[in-house]
Design a protein around this ligand. Structure first.
Ligand code: TYM
Length: 341
């Protein structure tokens, strides 16, 4: 079904985002941001900082404010072109909450209950299982559907949420008439699930209490080298990509691929017979080469708050225009009386 929205320049649309609940890691870069940078050439892009999603777990207000701005600066430092792509903070565009409410009324209780991330997070935060956490994927669906996104580039842990978004879009289109584009996930073949450096059978997570498990995009060079050196590898000495049997070394191969763009096959050939030490040295250096310019640009941008404010203002303006258009259409279809202005 074709949506009724006319897209600018006939370009397809992308929306994606990251929660402002912690500092960004190489996992966020590998699974999401590097693909955004690549895809922004060919798509009309909306990249947001999900501050509303972040409050589903308790946040210290000053930290949330600082982190939201950190994420904005990190997007730009990683290569998001803020003149081309709209970069904005979710709560700055009020339509997200408005559409989320409506979509809540089209989501089955059982459907939301089946979300594995809800189950995981309820276990992690058993002292605060709030309704926001439960309807978190519905807000995510609103984020995506407001912009008529064709493609949503994410890491593989978000697949189920995109599936729910697709179901909601199809349900609404079917009940009324074509309104929303039904989005496709974009999950890269490599890097969609970067694992912990200390427990490589677990996803790398910013909230891991073991600081060595995770590389942050603001880590200093020596720290990055050190974390890679201490990364847990498997028994055996050869450098092979075999996630099931050699998760530790496979994770490092993936990180090397993300940093250098070399294929997995070429990486295996490059280090054949060399053992862990020179391999880890090379991975560490490649990580430093990737992260060090990002960190420097990030620090520079963070010391220019006016630049951040300006890009957020224009990003929110561009986003609001599209979001308002979709929401007005939805209001009409469900029978809300048009407001008298
Ligand atoms: P979040 O904030 O947990 O993660 C943001 C993005 O980074 C990816 N990611 C990873 N990829 C590979 N390996 C890892 N270790 C890793 N850790 C994180 C995630 O898959 C994701 O793509 N609900 C979303 C944020 C969101 C959103 C949206 C995303 C809100 N609205 C609309 C897309 C579209 C979340 O919590 O992601």
């Amino acid at each position: 079904m074709q949506p009724e929205i006319t897209k600018t320049e006939n370009k397809k649309i992308i929306l994606s985002g990251i929660q402002a609940s912690g500092d960004l890691t190489i996992g966020h870069y590998a699974g999401a941001i590097r693909n955004w940078v690549e895809l922004q050439q060919d798509y009309d892009c909306y990249f947001m900082v999900a501050d509303m999603h972040a409050i589903t777990s308790r946040q210290i207000p000053a930290d949330l404010r600082r982190r939201s701005l950190d994420v904005v600066a990190m997007y730009a430092a990683c290569g998001i072109n803020t003149e081309k792509s709209a970069l904005f903070i979710q709560s700055h565009v009020t339509e997200h909450a408005q559409l989320a409410w409506i979509l809540n009324c089209f989501t089955g209780f059982g459907e939301a209950q089946r979300m594995t991330q809800f189950k995981d997070k309820s276990q992690q935060h058993s002292d605060n299982i709030n309704v926001g956490l439960f309807s978190y994927p519905v807000l995510m669906a609103a984020d995506i559907l407001l912009y008529q996104a064709d493609l949503v580039p994410v890491g593989d842990d978000q697949k189920q949420h995109i599936e729910l978004t697709r179901n909601l879009a199809e349900r609404f289109n079917h009940l009324y008439s074509p309104t929303f584009t039904v989005p496709e996930p974009f999950i890269a073949k490599e890097g969609a699930r970067i694992m912990s450096l200390q427990e490589p059978w677990k996803k790398m997570s910013k909230s891991d209490p073991n600081a060595n498990s995770c590389i942050f995009l603001h880590d200093e060079d020596a720290l990055i080298m050190n974390k890679i050196k201490r990364a847990v590898t498997d028994s055996g000495t050869d450098i092979v990509f075999d996630i099931e049997n050699r998760p530790g070394v496979s994770n490092l191969v993936t990180l090397y691929h993300v940093a250098t763009g070399k294929s997995i096959k070429d990486i295996e050939a490059e280090f054949a017979g060399l053992g862990y030490e020179p391999f880890k040295e090379a991975v560490g250096k490649a990580m430093v080469e990737l992260i060090s310019p990002i960190r420097n640009t990030f620090n520079d941008l963070r010391s220019h708050p006016d630049e951040i404010s300006a890009l957020l203002k224009s990003g929110a303006q561009k986003a609001s225009k599209q979001a308002f258009k979709t929401l007005r259409k939805v209001y009409k279809k469900i029978g809300f009386v048009e407001p008298i202005r």
